[in-house]
Write a protein that binds this ligand. Structure first.
Ligand SMILES: CC(C)(COP(=O)(O)OP(=O)(O)OC[C@H]1O[C@@H](n2cnc3c(N)ncnc32)[C@H](O)[C@@H]1OP(=O)(O)O)[C@@H](O)C(=O)NCCC(=O)NCCS
Length: 182
């Protein structure tokens, strides 16, 4: 388990955890049962990862982030600090989550989705907050501070700069409502 990995003695592991090579796992990380971690991942301090989560390769998860049960994190995902990721979430290849973002249970973020934050001139606004079961199309950008209800769909390559209502579909730059909840 420790071949070519740098693992803090203060990190805690559940049962049946599988770890590849060249990973860094920092202090007070807590990893649940049956978690699979690929290679070249950095897991910063105080990150909590629940049971049955899969992390592929070349992932960075920054401080104080939590990932709930059975979520899947694809390669080259980057997660800033203090992000909350729910159960059964899928984060596809190359997705970036800004500090403070919240991803509800069952959400699917397609490849290269970007959640922005704002951190300038003493102003700090964290990443978007998504309800449950949202689908975000590939290469979309969710602007800092926006809130999405549950079951929201965002089309590919959209720029979402306003809150999105539960069950509705939004597309385009800036994103416009194309389908209301029935
Ligand atoms: C948003 C989406 C789900 C809508 O699908 P749909 O309900 O079948 O909608 P339609 O194809 O009927 O399109 C409705 C309108 O929205 C427009 N539209 C659809 N998707 C769009 C998008 N991503 N960006 C801009 N406009 C879009 C269509 O051109 C159409 O406009 P019009 O009425 O002016 O002609 C789909 O287009 C989409 O983007 N899916 C995401 C695909 C993806 O990223 N997959 C990742 C796989 S890993």
């Amino acid at each position: 388990m420790t071949v070519n990995n740098t693992i803090s003695p203060k990190a805690k592991f559940g049962k049946n955890v599988s770890i590849g090579q060249f990973n860094i796992i920092e202090d007070n990380v807590v990893i649940g049962d049956n978690v699979v971690i690929g290679s070249f991942c950095i897991i910063r301090s105080n990150v909590k990862i629940k049971n049955d989560v899969v992390l592929k390769n070349h992932i960075e998860i920054r401080e104080n982030t939590s990932i709930d049960k059975a979520s899947f994190v694809d390669s080259y995902v980057a997660v800033s600090g203090s992000v909350k990721i729910g159960k059964n979430v899928t984060l596809r290849y190359g997705t970036i989550l800004a500090r403070g973002a919240e991803i509800g249970d069952g959400c699917y973020l397609s490849p290269r989705v970007m959640l922005n934050n704002l951190n300038q001139d003493k102003q700090q606004i964290g990443g978007a907050k998504l309800g449950k079961n949202c689908f975000i199309g590939t290469q979309s950008v969710l602007h800092h501070g926006v809130k999405l209800g549950s079951n929201v769909t965002v089309g590919a390559m959209s720029f979402v700069n306003k809150d999105c209502r539960t069950g509705c579909t939004y597309v385009g730059i800036p994103a416009r409502l194309i389908k209301k909840k029935e």
